[in-house]
Ligand binder design. Structure first.
Ligand code: SF4
Length: 459
């Protein structure tokens, strides 16, 4: 979400006539788009602002913008510690970035943070703004902002506010526009995508089965987006296990464009800790729903997020996490050492923090379990021919090309001739490692259709 906001701020500045440069010395404006989910985000921000003070003093007219959720959370501190910042704006003010810069040019520094609790008149979905995208063939599309949950470790609800769903038609329109510009893969983005529409009050309407429906469902959105002609791949992130419903699995199975990949955050395998975290499911329910998904969707790849060392985690709690991880047979997992985020409930549980050496040892044991299942899954794919969306030359060896399968697996292969990013090819899998596949090029399926990268004005 934070990277998507960065694309939108860049797009707004592009649309305002600015040009991105590679080096800070060439810049007139520097934007620091902060994310307080990152560890030490505040230390990094103030360190960078310290360096930028000297940068700013070297040339008249240079400006500094601080945006993102740290600015939203710590607006006064940012102002006090870095009064030389020209603009401080929050997560709901992204659309005002260029206006505020101009304002600061004329009137001096400005801070503008919309209070997440009173957003109704101001709700702005970053996808409805111009974008400067990293590439032209895939795109994030925001379907929802904010979150109504209260996971004990998470700062998101307090910096991004309550859940607000973007209007259904606006999302589909944006996807159609993106496809007309050469995008072939979209990722629907939200904090809890499968609760999409919960806040939308529609006048009662009859569904096809005669039942009265009050709001759109995520599964319906998935179906409509997947039906946009020319769109080859649809992904979404992240669903919440407590809101995972059979109709979402059915929509994934029924729509060919929806990729066979589910990111399904576990966080812990201990029911006791899941309750302390306020996650709203048990390990058994989590695994039951996962099994429903595997039955409904052929060849489903599953990834997850797991926190190791949440306050109060006992050896027994951690054993449950290992058991559930083994049972879930993940294709990959983002594993995190618990670290407190100021302002969250978990950060107050200081008396229950787990010793770092214990956390490190558990982390290593979990890594072994996850890599074992990932490697087994990857070895099972040897000999298969997979469709790959090409991302570009490998970082380590430019003669090798990297891309992603529909299951979101990274594949490295050597093409017969250069292939542009955004092309689709078939590749036979010949080798496997825990974090990637190796393959042999078979056939070029399509070239990218985009001509050049543009700042895109949606809607
Ligand atoms: S569902 Fe939980 S972890 Fe995800 S954004 Fe909401 S509060 Fe944070």
């Amino acid at each position: 979400m934070n990277e998507h906001d960065s694309e939108r701020i860049s797009g707004l500045l592009d649309a305002d006539g600015m040009v991105a440069v590679d080096h800070q010395d060439e810049a007139d404006v520097v934007v620091l788009n902060t994310c307080c989910i990152r560890e030490n985000a505040d230390n990094k921000l103030y360190g960078n602002l310290g360096h930028l003070r000297a940068w700013k003093a070297l040339k008249e007219g240079r400006q500094i913008v601080v945006s993102g959720c740290l600015a939203q959370k710590d607006r006064d501190t940012v102002r006090q510690r870095a009064p030389w910042a020209d603009v401080v704006l929050g997560t709901h003010n992204v659309h005002r970035a260029s206006e505020l810069l101009q304002h600061a040019t004329v009137h001096g520094s400005v801070t503008e943070i919309f209070d997440a609790a009173v957003l109704d008149d101001h709700a702005q979905f970053p996808s409805a703004l111009p974008a400067r995208r990293e590439n032209s063939y895939n795109a994030w599309v925001t379907i929802q902002i904010g979150c109504d949950n209260s996971c004990a470790f998470c700062i998101v609800p307090s910096v991004r506010g309550a859940e607000i769903s973007r209007p259904f038609a606006e999302i589909v329109d944006e996807v159609q526009l993106l496809v007309s510009q050469g995008v072939s893969e979209v990722t629907l983005l939200g904090q809890n995508v499968n609760s999409y529409g919960r806040d939308i009050q529609l006048s009662a309407r009859q569904g096809g089965d005669g039942a009265v429906k009050l709001r759109p469902l995520f599964s319906e959105l998935l179906g409509q987006v997947a039906a946009v002609p020319g769109l080859r791949r649809v992904r979404f992130t992240s669903p919440h296990p407590k809101d995972m419903r059979a109709d979402t699995f059915a929509a994934m199975a029924a729509n060919a464009a929806v990729c066979e990949h589910l990111h399904y955050p576990l966080q812990s395998g201990s029911d006791r800790l899941l309750a302390v975290m306020h996650r709203g499911y048990t390990a058994e329910r989590y695994l039951d729903r996962l099994q429903q998904g595997r039955v409904a969707i052929d060849d489903l790849a599953v990834s997850t997020d797991i926190i190791v060392g949440f306050p109060g985690e006992t050896d027994d709690d951690f054993e449950r996490t290992l058991e559930v991880s083994a049972a879930a047979e993940y294709d990959y997992a983002y594993t995190f050492l618990f670290s407190p985020r100021e302002g969250t409930e978990a950060a107050t549980l200081v008396d229950h923090f787990v010793a770092p050496s214990v956390v490190a040892e558990r982390f290593e044991r979990l890594r072994v379990v996850v890599e074992r299942s990932a490697l087994a899954k990857h070895r099972d794919r040897i000999g298969r021919v997979e469709e790959v969306l090409v991302e570009g030359p490998s970082r380590k060896d430019p003669s090798v090309v990297s891309g992603r399968t529909r299951q979101n697996k990274l594949v490295h292969f050597t093409p017969l001739r250069p292939i542009r990013a955004g092309a689709y090819a078939t590749v036979e899998v010949t080798g496997a490692a825990p974090h990637h596949l190796v393959g042999e090029f078979r056939e070029l399926l399509s070239e990218p259709t985009h001509k050049r990268r543009l700042a895109v004005l949606a809607g």
